[in-house]
Design a protein around this ligand. Structure first.
Ligand code: AP5
Length: 218
């Protein structure tokens, strides 16, 4: 089973992917995390990426599709992938279908996290994430036990960091990009009958319970 976890910035895609990884042993393919790993390398590409990501725009489809194909072609994760933050425009959605067909796979379901935009700035401005395991916490809604350390002992309680694109100006640009380029993809998947709506305004555990229900019915 391959899933797409879909929703605007701050909807909870990364948060809910954690349980799919831990409980269902799925492989999380987050294009945002892959790009942030590239940023750390200090390469020429990383400087271009930082500028684009800090402006809230999308990185080019060529770069993203190359990152994705590298993972889809890996037999160890075949039919066990959660796509988090991808696809983000119609072009990427169509490329994904072609790549999956090439490697004899398909998407079973789009988990569509529905949230009111009014809550997103608070979710994003309160977000801190583990520098090692990437687990997101929230200063307002889901605080770590110790405010300076990850609560997950298996990663060694590492330091928590804030993302450079988690500021008010970039967030409003990211939402604009989402509305203009990403949201229209839902029509593409709705026509295939594989979109499942989730009320992501509820508490984290309640959102998880809804997703579990959807997966059990697949
Ligand atoms: P990316 O890293 O994908 O960011 P995003 O889509 O903007 O999503 P976020 O990571 O901000 O939010 P999330 O939904 O994962 O929320 P989270 O679970 O952390 O992309 C960053 C940039 O990279 C893009 O702007 C673009 O430039 C580039 N990029 C990435 N992919 C690309 C692609 N395919 N093509 C081109 N460019 C690409 O939760 C947020 C906070 O809320 C956390 O603090 C969490 O604790 C809290 N929270 C979560 N759920 C709840 C809840 N139910 N109640 C209360 N608090 C909650």
């Amino acid at each position: 089973m391959n899933l797409i976890i879909f929703g605007p910035p701050g909807a909870g895609k990364g948060t809910q992917s954690s349980f799919l990884v831990n409980d269902l042993k799925m492989f999380q393919l987050s294009t945002g995390d892959l790009l942030r790993a590239e940023l750390k390398s200090g390469s020429d590409l990383s400087k271009q990426l930082k500028e684009i990501m800090d402006s809230g725009k999308l990185v080019s489809d060529d770069i993203i599709n190359a990152l994705i194909e590298k993972k889809i072609s890996d037999p160890s994760v075949k039919n066990n992938i959660i796509f988090d933050g991808f696809p983000r425009n119609l072009e990427q959605a169509k490329s994904l279908d072609k790549m999956l067909e090439k490697y004899e796979q398909k998407i079973s379901c789009i988990i569509n996290l529905k949230v009111d935009y009014s809550i997103l700035v608070k979710r994003i401005s309160g977000r801190v994430s583990c520098s090692i395991c990437k687990k997101p916490f929230n200063e307002f809604f889901d605080p770590p036990v110790d405010p300076s350390k990850c609560s997950n002992s298996s990663c060694g309680n590492r330091e928590l960091i804030k993302r450079s694109d988690d500021n008010e100006t970039t967030v409003s640009n990211r939402l604009k990009t989402y509305d203009e380029q990403t949201l229209p993809i839902l029509d593409y998947y709705s026509s295939k009958g594989i979109v499942k709506d989730i009320d992501a305004m509820k508490e984290i555990s309640e959102v998880t319970a809804q997703i579990k229900g959807v997966i059990n019915d697949l």
